[in-house]
Design a protein around this ligand. Structure first.
Ligand code: IMP
Length: 175
């Protein structure tokens, strides 16, 4: 697979700008609350690493991983958590970090699970959202940017496990 099939949608400097704004919003709300930041693997690993390094106050970090039945998330297919957070979350300020909200099924399932752990608060930070694809309503408290219905890769996002390491976000193929 060559890079000639990739069209840059969000360049590195734009990602930095979005990150800076999100870090400011998160800092404003969480500076004094000792939050737990929970990344959804694998896609959020780069976004989460960059975001938490822009927070100049103590945070704890944990991860969840979700398996969807079938390829991607089929309508009616229930995503299932295959990795749960190790940190106790009851009474904590919990911020979930996701790369992209597409149909919404993955994030909704994660939020449902975390809600049952009785955190003091539970919010979502997503770098990207494709609102035109939504099948389940999801409130995104901190959003990088909306994108159209395109399949994107890079900055943690993959196509068949490739392209996660690109420092920018690109559209694959002829889209
Ligand atoms: P959902 O449809 O909102 O449940 O998203 C399911 C998962 O599909 C997300 O967590 C992403 O990891 C992945 N995903 C959705 N859209 C894209 C995309 O455009 N590129 C790469 N992965 C995507």
């Amino acid at each position: 697979m060559t890079s000639s099939r990739l069209r840059v949608l969000i360049p590195q400097d734009e990602i930095s700008r979005l990150l800076g704004r999100l870090a400011e919003e998160v800092s404003r709300d969480y500076r004094d609350s000792d939050p737990v930041v929970i990344g959804i693997l694998k896609g959020a690993f780069i976004f989460m690493a960059d975001l938490v390094r822009l927070l100049d106050f103590p945070v704890q970090v944990d991860f969840v991983r979700v398996a969807s039945y079938g390829a991607g998330t089929r309508p009616g297919g229930q995503p299932r958590l295959t990795l749960r957070p190790h940190l106790p979350l009851a009474g904590r300020q919990v911020l979930v970090v996701e790369d992209i909200v597409d149909t919404g099924h993955t994030t909704a399932a994660v939020l449902r699970y975390l809600e049952r752990q009785r955190p003091a608060s539970l919010r979502l930070c997503a770098l990207l959202s494709k609102p035109s694809r939504r099948e389940t309503p999801v409130v995104i408290n901190y959003l990088g940017t909306n994108i159209p219905d395109l399949f994107v890769v890079g900055y943690g996002l993959d196509a068949a496990e490739r392209h996660r390491n690109l420092p920018y976000i690109a559209v694959l193929g002829n889209e």
